[in-house]
Design a protein around this ligand. Structure first.
Ligand SMILES: [Zn+2]
Length: 298
């Protein structure tokens, strides 16, 4: 038995030694990389901003884009910075954020890294109550423009490439905008119920009137009173379509569908993905298709 313990102890010590070595090698490499002053590191706070930055900085070898939060973590309402996040920010040249209250940790970051440039891309685009700017296509185009300006300032040599990339991306966004505007002509004035705060700016794009919002931006219990409120709104306002999100709204949607004759449109809030640069384009196109289906538009 004693020999067995000794073996385990030696094994654990070896693992610890290897780990320590790895951390040292990795840490040193990183510091040298930054100390050399080569390249720009732009950290995006979360997925929609990350996707915009990837599009704008594509092909610029001098600029590296990192996403602070995991691409599956969604909105940042409850986000708490980890020591790893702080370490990433310590080596950043630029912090691209949504702003408008989405990142509740900005003061903490400013206190820790007062010289870090922070670009609030939704500045002036959103109300105090709702920071989900990217859900409106025109607002998102403005955010992409803000990303472009911030990156041009951070890396002037790359400005021509950045501008060309942004223009190409904007052409794709304009194509989405044209579809959205055509659909607005048909949908404007329709009453909907929203199961997610993020759909306010999307509804605005299509002239949809949200008669009731049940904000399911996180896992939580829905009360019997809230179910009754939704059903009442469906009946009294003649709502035919509910805008919901699959992750947190599916159960509630099922509950309502059992009681009332409404279509549920599961839209993408565009805050999750697989790091694909076309995540926003694809997600918003899908949203347009789903809205057409839910409202029976050909
Ligand atoms: Zn949100």
């Amino acid at each position: 038995m004693k020999a067995k313990y000794r073996f385990t102890a030696v094994l654990l010590l070896s693992v610890a030694a290897c780990a320590a070595l790895f951390v040292r090698v990795y840490g040193t490499g990183r510091q040298e990389e930054r100390a050399g002053g080569e390249g720009i590191l732009a950290v995006a706070s979360f997925y929609p901003v990350y996707v915009a930055a990837e599009q704008v900085a594509g092909g610029c070898e001098n600029i590296r884009i990192e996403c602070l939060s995991e691409p599956q973590s969604g909105c940042l309402h409850d986000f708490v910075l980890t020591p790893e996040d702080m370490q990433l920010l310590s080596s950043a040249d630029l912090f691209l954020v949504n702003g408008g209250g989405m990142e509740t940790f900005l003061e903490e970051v400013a206190a820790q890294y007062p010289s870090l440039t922070v670009a609030e891309t939704a500045d002036g685009l959103v109300s105090e109550e709702n920071a989900h700017a990217w859900m409106g296509i025109a607002k998102y185009r403005a955010q992409v423009d803000a990303v472009l300006n911030a990156l041009c300032k951070a890396s002037e040599d790359d400005a021509p490439q950045l501008k060309a990339n942004a223009a190409a991306y904007d052409a794709k966004l304009m194509a989405l905008k044209e579809q959205q505007e055509a659909l607005r002509d048909v949908l404007a004035g329709s009453k909907v119920i929203s199961f997610h705060e993020a759909y306010e700016y999307l509804a605005e794009d299509y002239g949809l009137e949200i008669v009731y919002t049940l904000d399911l931006d996180e896992e939580r219990q829905v009360s019997a009173g809230e179910v009754a409120d939704v059903l009442k709104a469906v009946k009294e306002e003649g709502v035919r379509v509910i805008l919901a999100e699959e992750l947190y709204g599916a159960d509630m949607a099922e509950t309502i569908r059992k009681e009332a004759d409404v279509a549920v449109c599961f839209l993408d809030t565009l805050v999750r993905g697989d790091y694909g640069a076309d995540s926003y384009i694809d997600g918003m196109q899908q949203n347009i298709n789903l809205l057409k289906e839910a409202f029976g538009v050909n």
